[in-house]
Design a protein around this ligand. Structure first.
Ligand SMILES: [Zn+2]
Length: 250
């Protein structure tokens, strides 16, 4: 949607339709909701035929506009993972990145009660289509992806340049889970990836493997703090201390 508007508005907003029904995957920031809804109206989609407003996860750049969108598209059901529901209901400003105090980032997070939770294996019917829900934790626990034929709306799992959604302990990131989610995408028969940021791209397993291998190194790096599972340097140091430290041999 936002590419139709010729610029990026927060995150990618995807409209999926079939016959007389449609849904939106993410909505982005609140101040661009009315522009997006206007554009949908101009394309002759009846607003009353919107079936779902989907939150891929609870990050503020994806869902800040959800409450406003629900006001304009009242027939639509707001849906997301149970974790997303919890964060949006409680208005958790840290886990949603509404508040990054060290960087003076503080933006509004309208609280909203999702109409329905969705999780692995659920299907969202749209016209004659069924959009399949994948639970793909890693970036955050509530991250969902959505499969439609050979397309995967992959959220913040992977971008065209091989980067992934931010890995951050305060965000509930989990590197082992992230690796599993990426392996699932790699091993799937999906052909096209439609990410939440940046352009759509063809799935490239060699590139996905490089990303997976990179994340595997993070598991053992102090750079990733409590998201890492160990730090081999400390084991090495233990062994060196047990052997005795000889400056002459260092
Ligand atoms: Zn994002």
């Amino acid at each position: 949607m936002n590419y139709q508007a010729r610029r990026r508005l927060g995150c990618c907003v995807y409209l999926v339709f079939d016959k007389d029904e449609w849904m939106l995957i993410d909505i982005g920031y609140e101040d661009t909701v009315s522009e997006i809804v206007d554009m949908i109206r101009q394309m002759d989609f009846p607003l009353s035929s919107c079936r779902y407003l989907v939150a891929t996860h609870a990050d503020v750049d994806h869902i800040q506009g959800l409450k406003r969108a629900k006001e304009l598209l009242s027939s639509a059901k707001t849906v997301g993972h149970p974790e997303t529901k919890r964060l949006l209901l409680s208005g958790d400003r840290v886990r949603t990145y509404a508040e990054i105090s060290a960087q003076d980032i503080s933006i509004d997070l309208p609280t909203i009660k999702l109409d329905r939770t969705i999780d692995e294996g659920d299907r969202l019917p749209i016209g004659g289509l069924e959009v399949e829900v994948w639970h793909t934790p890693g970036h955050t626990h509530g991250q969902l992806a959505f499969r439609l034929g050979d397309l995967l709306f992959c959220g913040d799992n992977i971008y065209r340049d091989g980067c992934v959604g931010n890995i951050d302990a305060h965000h509930g990131s989990d590197i082992p889970a992230f690796i599993k989610s990426l392996e699932r995408i790699r091993d799937s028969s999906v052909v096209w990836l439609l990410p939440s940021h940046g352009p759509i791209f063809r799935k490239d397993n060699a590139q996905l493997q490089r990303t997976i291998d990179r994340l595997k190194t993070y598991l053992h790096m102090a750079d990733f703090g409590t998201c890492a599972v160990d730090w081999p340097l400390l084991d090495e140091w233990d062994q060196e201390l047990a052997r005795g430290f000889d400056p002459a041999k260092s």
